[in-house]
Design a protein around this ligand. Structure first.
Ligand code: 3AM
Length: 174
């Protein structure tokens, strides 16, 4: 059976706590929607869609020597994407190494018949899903920014559990 997979950068506990504080501040400011649980915070590098067992085996072979980034991402901008109702914290500046890795993973996926991303990579961490179109006036820039240390990459499995979507780590590159 195919599995829904994606590559992401994990979020360490200290950053999770800062993101939770930001989520609470947004809820206090009147944002309505489903807050993403802290355990589900992640920075997606490439969404792969449904992947069969043999596709997964060759994916892992191709990326056996994946070199994770070694940088700090400054999350400083609020994004609202109305269609999926996503409220996310993004970055004004995409570090070159992070953008290159995301592009390489996305192109590899498309080239091997997996999900083809239509949009350019925009690093972000989703804070709310199903956020209403009627958002309160929010400051677009976050001051000070939240820093995400990016030193590892994970291949994640996304499953629908009884309490909502659940992510499971299949592999970790540090
Ligand atoms: O990192 P975020 O939260 O933006 O929305 C899903 C999540 O992104 C996205 O993959 C990440 C891990 O689940 N995703 C899920 N289905 C998708 C699809 N069909 C998708 N991205 C693009 N196309």
């Amino acid at each position: 059976m195919a599995q829904r997979l994606f590559f992401s950068v994990p979020v360490p506990r200290v950053t999770q706590l800062a993101l939770l504080r930001q989520q609470s501040a947004l809820a206090q400011a009147g944002v309505r929607g489903r807050p993403v649980p802290a355990a589900n915070f992640h920075l997606t590098l490439a969404f792969l869609g449904n992947v069969t067992a043999s596709q997964k085996a060759s994916l892992l072979e191709r990326w056996a020597e994946l070199v994770p980034p070694d940088l700090q991402l400054s999350l400083d901008t609020l994004h609202y994407w109305a269609k999926p109702g996503v409220l996310a914290l993004g970055a004004r500046r995409t570090p070159i190494a992070l953008g290159q890795l995301a592009s390489a993973l996305q192109q590899d996926a498309a080239h091997h018949g997996l999900h083809a991303s239509r949009q350019a990579f925009r690093p972000h961490i989703t804070l709310f899903r199903g956020a209403s179109a009627l958002l309160p006036e929010l400051p677009e820039q976050l001051e000070p920014p939240i820093i995400l240390p990016c030193h590892s990459v994970e291949l994640m499995l996304s499953e629908n559990g009884p309490g909502g979507v659940e992510y499971h780590r299949l592999k970790h590159w540090a």
